[in-house]
Ligand binder design. Structure first.
Ligand code: BGP
Length: 472
């Protein structure tokens, strides 16, 4: 019996993958010489959940790659934990960590599941975090050294990404305050971290190109389309401010190699309202400019769109980290307020389910950023409280299938209209913990019983396979 609903077939040669991130899946945080990340002590002190055993991917990767293959996936997103290679972020490489990634990549390649590899997925080495993290420009030098080591050491990797989701890191750390060091509405640090991470990305891309390697490189942004809740001039302006802060500043820096006057006028309005500032040093923009035409592709993550209302009051937020529907709020002084849209359904974590946003985004990339040529959707998926009855019965996660189906349909529509989208990675391959929500926010095609580390099949995996088979 077919499970196909909106999407009936995938284009031939489409990359049909599943995504993971080292810290969220590997576990084994203290073995084989691994150094601490910025999360280890923080999570311990917080006491909400532990990064061990996660999904035990450090040991279970052959099984998970086997499942990926069995269910028709031809690609996997993984990240290298910087602290497995350089426990302090710099110095002598840790051979056990290097050996682990060689084994992981070989297992995937041998199975016909191509690895797409990020160098940085939120897991900053603790030593460098303590030293200022991305706010310290020395961090950029260490990141470039680490990237160079990986490019030389892992020639089997042909698809690289520099950094995952600069905006989530910068806002999680300095605006929302749910990533260490938990600052709230520290606008200066947030915008400076974004600029410095863009510089790090650009330097690594320029380096990669100068090495003339046989492979491709790009970076990953999560984009949040922003719409005024009603079409008043005030709401439209608030939406433009949000868009500049969440999307435009980073897209301009990545694909134009400059922050356009229009973008900067919006950003400066936000900075002025918050007594904040941004330092750009001589030579920075030339580095961004050079890299802006050299990205081989763009990894786009998309989860949700935001609806905005003009707002004059103080900044404040409540983060829904538990899945209690309707408990989140976010107001940004000098920018606007995120408000619910009664016509748009939400997940239990108050994330708007709005596939139109993904379609709009893809069309916008083509219109506004011609240097962004090939796109992969590197993350999209639905956090859901899967119900597991302890048996081998396939777990029914129909709402997730519906979510992914709607979003893949939006991707293929944009592709039919000329946007060069070459692939889609569901977040996530197997269940893994969520940075600010812990283990009860599941996204996987495969259910992980975190007590026994056994894997169980979800209905979405069977649906994914059925679509994979349409490519043959
Ligand atoms: C992205 C991250 C992923 C993942 C995902 C889901 O921002 O790149 O690592 O966590 O979002 O988000 P969450 O876990 O907060 O639900």
């Amino acid at each position: 019996m077919t499970m196909l609903n909106r999407v009936k077939a995938l284009p031939k040669g489409f990359v049909w993958g599943g995504a993971t991130a080292a810290y969220q899946v590997e576990g084994a945080t203290t073995v084989d010489g691994k150094g601490k990340t910025m999360w280890d002590d923080y999570l311990k002190a917080q006491g909400r959940f532990s990064p061990d055993p996660a999904s035990d991917f450090y040991h279970k990767y052959p099984e998970d790659i086997g499942l990926a293959k069995k269910y028709g996936l031809n690609a996997i997103r993984v990240s290298i934990a910087w602290t497995r290679i350089f426990p302090k972020g710099y110095g002598e490489p840790n051979q056990a960590g290097v050996a682990y990634y060689h084994k992981l990549f070989k297992t995937a390649i041998d199975a016909g599941v191509t690895p797409y590899v990020s160098l940085h997925h939120f897991d900053e080495p603790k030593t460098l975090f303590d030293d200022g993290d991305w706010l310290n420009r020395k961090n950029i030098d260490y990141f470039v050294d680490y990237a160079k080591f990986c490019f030389t050491e892992f020639p089997e990797v042909k698809n690289w990404f520099t950094i995952n989701e600069l905006i989530s890191l910068a806002t999680g750390q300095y605006i929302v305050g749910n990533f260490p060091p938990n600052h709230h509405f520290d606008v200066t640090s947030s915008i400076q971290a974004q600029h410095n991470e863009l510089l790090a990305h650009a330097r690594v891309v320029n380096l990669y190109k100068s090495m003339h390697l046989d492979g491709r490189i790009g970076l990953i942004h999560v984009l949040n389309p922003v719409y005024p809740i009603t079409d008043t001039p005030e709401n439209k302006h608030a939406a433009a401010l949000y868009d500049a802060f969440l999307n435009r500043f980073l897209l301009d820096g990545t694909f134009l190699g400059e922050y356009t006057p229009e973008t900067m006028s919006l950003i400066n309005e936000i900075l002025d309202a918050n007594d904040a500032h941004l330092d750009i040093e001589d030579g920075d923009m030339a580095i961004l400019k050079k890299a802006s035409t050299q990205n081989d592709y763009f990894g786009m993550n998309y989860y949700q769109s935001q609806f905005i209302q003009a707002y004059d009051g103080p900044s404040g937020n409540h983060f829904n980290g538990t899945g209690k529907k309707g408990s989140s709020s976010f107001s940004f002084h000098g920018v606007g307020q995120i408000v619910p849209n009664p016509d748009v359904p939400t997940t239990d974590w108050d994330w708007n389910i709005y596939p139109e946003g993904l379609y709009d985004l893809l069309k916008r990339m083509k219109r506004e950023y011609p240097n962004c040529k090939t796109i992969y959707i590197t993350e999209n998926g639905m956090g859901y409280k899967d119900e597991f009855d302890g048996t081998d019965k396939v777990i029914d996660d129909s709402p997730r299938i519906d979510f992914v189906d709607q979003h893949v349909a939006a991707v293929l529509k944009a592709r039919d209209e000329g946007v060069d989208v070459q692939g889609y990675f569901i977040w996530s391959l197997q269940d893994q913990f969520s940075w600010a929500n812990g283990y009860n926010k599941r996204y996987g095609l495969f259910y992980v019983d975190f007590k026994t580390q056994k894997r169980y099949i979800k209905k979405s995996a069977e649906w994914y396979k059925e679509l994979a088979d349409t490519m043959k």
